[in-house]
Design a protein around this ligand. Sequence first.
Ligand code: SF4
Length: 364
Amino acid sequence: MSETKHNWTKEEILEIYNKPMMELLYEAATIHRLHHDPNVVQVSTLLSIKTGGCSEDCGYCPQAARYHTNIEGNDLMTVQQVKAQALRAKSTGSSRVCMGAAWRNVKDGEEFDQVLEMVRTINKLDMEVCCTLGMITENQAQRLAEAGLYAYNHNLDSSEEYYKEVVSTRGYQDRLDTIGNVRKTNVTVCSGGIIGMGEKIEDRAGMLVALSTLNPQPESTPINALVAVEGTPLEDEQPVEIWDMIRMVATTRIIMPETQVRLSAGRTQMSREGQAMCFFAGANSIFAGDKLLTTPNPDVNEDMKMFDTLGLNPQKPFTKKVQPQTVEANSSQFEALGEKPKWTRPDHKIERNEQAKASAKLQK
Ligand code: SF4
């Protein structure tokens, strides 16, 4: 098997992305078969353990407190609630639970300790545990690793250039720094992005340059299609064409051959045939459950029917990497340090985000 290339350029990636569709599909499917079982798809359940009220201004996100999106906010779930949801997810074929909290960054204290307990609890259910909690410091990444975390999700969202048009409350380097902190532990990295936010094809390629030149490349890369939510600055964006999704998946597969490419948000807008093309192009993971944090997702029974039709099998947990050991809180080597991450772009403003914020204020 050839060695993974880590110096992809934007031009090379664009050349792949723009190939005639049949050639692109053939190349991606061939690489997929060399590195993965084409009939196995990993199934994750995404759980919103703390919803809404986030102080960030990600233009695509209904959980940002500054927009007016009618989502119901929730305080941090209890460990017991999370355990019950994880058991339900396991019984319907999920091998991984991903817990998302609408936080700008993790703060040491009671709530983080509760999340660490959730991680320990799910790891003991022999499921892969992933968290997406915002920015984390190296010490917090180490504490999550000790608890038995399998993966940490932190998306790059888009190219560095277009990112500045979508989020003003932090910079691209903040994202890369958190990914770097996770990489200092044995926790795997899940990082991808969103298409359909008004970006150019060059921005999609730019994001793939940023992801594919990480060494090692992320173990998992979610490709999301924007679900435009009323009240957010991106509410008027049109749904992406399925062909764009297929091209994005196939290109990701070719340049990141070992990575699990995850079909994420936007599956409700895709036909089964469209999703089948994505699997053929190298997607080998989905999110299951009727909600993805706050946006709709296909019913899990419908997904299992689709798996039956296509002859796909859910991936068993810890197929790609051994189960992490859980260290109990009283034996932890790492103390809470209360470190504050620094922000790289505190004064940056985005006109359409400001407008959405102003109109949300008026509606209150
Ligand atoms: S994407 Fe995450 S960080 Fe951004 S506003 Fe939503 S919850 Fe906050």
